[in-house]
Write a protein that binds this ligand. Structure first.
Ligand code: NAD
Ligand code: UGA
Length: 463
């Protein structure tokens, strides 16, 4: 039996390892973390992350060949293969602050592996890292004087939150980068064998280390760029009476463009798109490519513009003031089917409306605890209400900020009657049936489409 260790029991470690455990009963997998509360939650019935299908797979594997622990050192010593999936956030201090990746957690892990190893091992980069990080990892690990040898592989993770289990079960590709040495290639082959237990061979791509590391950043940059592109066009649609959904469908029919990832929205969020693009920008600057850096930076700037445009539009539409007005924010998570609120556009809108002194109520089926945590001091100025009907009662407006499917099933007729009139609905996800809402009586403001409003242009400009 081989021992696999995963350092970092977050969204990635916590959703990839149970799937590996379920397909590879001959591996004993331990996931460790410095966060004791998180490990305790993984050992309980209340998992620390909400991810469809994950509860079941953890229940099936936990205690059999999947274990959660805080004993990092002992588990390092016993491991044959170590996956490192610690967080690599944007640096907030010193050189490269606001753009470069903060590699302190990463480097601590490398040193801890070195200090506690008594046998040679394969170390796998699962975290998203700047290109050429493996070089530093190799230098640290192979600086040992016990004759141990460490092969460092890059195996970036492409799962998306909300569909993590499904993405792991049927990945559209698995990427493994390794050194082109005999021992490097042997290590690559060992990881290929593991994935091949459930992933078709033709979907397992092997490359050199640097292509693998860079491809992860580039994949996220390309995905985010599509959202910023469609969001940029949504602003033009609002000025010209073109409809963004029609434009997206029309261009997406061209197979060279493709139909996915063209949903205009209040903006993209999540812990990775912004962080990884900023990291790419920093790398381009580092390698003396300022034009390339500015090109990718614009994707993030466009996202900030879209978030700011949404809240500014709310204020303007509601007669240029929201001070003291109750507004219900439907959704706090950065997307549906997750409790993750990191870089959530919903919280950006929340912050902007609090600046305008609005009286905010947030509702979300799974993400209120994280929203409260992320808003820090500002959370004291917000009401958290699990029931969307109560959240909307006596509100002047509703803003749909996360595309939770349950929001499509609500009785908007009764919600409308419980609200202050004129009642506004701002749909930051183009989730609802706008015509129907307008017929009920709402003034409806979608993204990238003309608003459906009963207010005259005169009223909008002069009240
Ligand atoms: P996360 O913050 O949810 O989890 C990281 C965990 O690592 C935390 O629980 C933290 O306590 C732990 N940790 C930090 N330092 C440690 C140490 N020295 N020893 C043991 N544990 C330690 O982060 P995440 O969302 O799982 O992301 C992890 C990495 O994977 C990042 O590089 C991210 O860019 C990448 N990634 C994330 C996703 C995603 O959807 N979240 C997808 C693909 C790739
Ligand atoms: C993204 C990538 O999709 C994953 O492949 C990658 O592994 C991951 O980042 C990562 O490196 O962390 P994730 O951020 O979990 O996954 O979720 P996405 O589905 O990509 O959504 C990101 C944001 O874009 C969300 O706020 C979502 O609502 C928004 N989005 C997405 C749009 O506004 N429009 C779209 O058409 C698609």
């Amino acid at each position: 039996m081989k021992n696999i260790l995963c350092i970092g029991a977050g969204y990635v470690g916590g959703s990839t390892m149970p799937v590996i455990a379920s397909h590879c009963p001959e591996y004993r997998i331990v996931i460790v973390d410095i966060n004791e509360a998180r490990i305790a939650a993984w050992q309980s019935d209340q998992l620390p992350i909400y991810e469809p299908g994950l509860d079941e797979i953890v229940r099936q594997t936990r205690g059999k060949n999947l274990f959660f622990s805080t004993e990092i050192n002992r588990n390092i010593a016993e491991a044959d293969i170590i996956f490192v999936s610690v967080n690599t956030p944007t640096k907030t201090f010193g050189q490269g602050a606001g753009r470069a990746a903060d590699l302190q957690y990463w480097e601590k892990t490398a040193r801890q592996i070195l200090e506690n190893s008594t046998s040679s091992k394969i170390v796998v980069e699962k975290s998203t890292l700047p290109v050429r990080t493996a070089e530093a990892m190799e230098r640290i690990l192979n600086s040992n004087n016990q004759g141990l040898h460490f092969d460092v592989l890059s195996n970036p993770e492409f799962l998306a939150e909300g569909t993590a289990v499904q993405d792991m079960q049927k990945p559209n590709r698995v990427l493994i980068g390794g050194r082109e040495t005999e021992s490097g290639q042997k290590a690559v082959e060992e990881l290929v064998e593991m994935y091949a237990q459930w992933v078709p061979r033709e979907r397992i791509i092997t490359t050199n280390l640097w292509s693998s590391e860079l491809s992860k950043l580039v994949a996220n940059a390309f995905l985010a760029q599509r959202i910023s592109s469609i969001n940029a066009i949504s602003a033009l649609c609002e000025k010209t009476e073109a409809d963004i959904n029609e434009v997206a469908a029309a261009i997406g029919h061209d197979e060279r463009i493709g139909r996915y990832f063209l949903r205009a929205s209040v903006g993209f969020g999540g812990s990775c798109f912004q962080k990884d693009i900023l990291n790419l920008v920093y790398l381009c600057e580092h390698y003396g490519l300022p034009e390339v850096a500015r090109y990718w930076e614009q994707v993030v700037k466009m996202n900030e513009y879209q978030e700011a445009r949404f809240s500014a539009n709310m204020v303007t539409s509601m007669f240029n003031t929201v001070a003291g007005k109750r507004i219900a924010l439907f959704g706090a998570a950065f997307k549906a089917n997750t409790n993750d609120t990191r870089e959530s556009p919903a919280l950006e809108v929340c912050r902007a409306l609090l600046e305008e002194q609005a009286d905010l109520v947030i509702t979300d089926p799974h993400a209120m605890e994280n929203a409260c945590y992320d808003l820090k001091e500002l959370a004291k100025r917000v009401t958290f209400e699990p029931d969307p009907y109560i959240a909307a009662r006596n509100a002047h407006a509703i803003a749909i900020l996360t595309e939770w499917p349950q929001y499509t099933q609500l009785d908007y007729e009764s919600i409308y009657h419980s609200m202050v009139k004129p009642a506004f609905l701002f749909d930051g996800r183009n989730l609802l049936d706008h015509k129907k809402l307008y017929e009920i009586g709402f003034n409806v403001y979608p993204i990238g489409k003309p608003p459906l409003t009963r207010l005259t242009t005169y009223e909008l400009k002069h009240v």
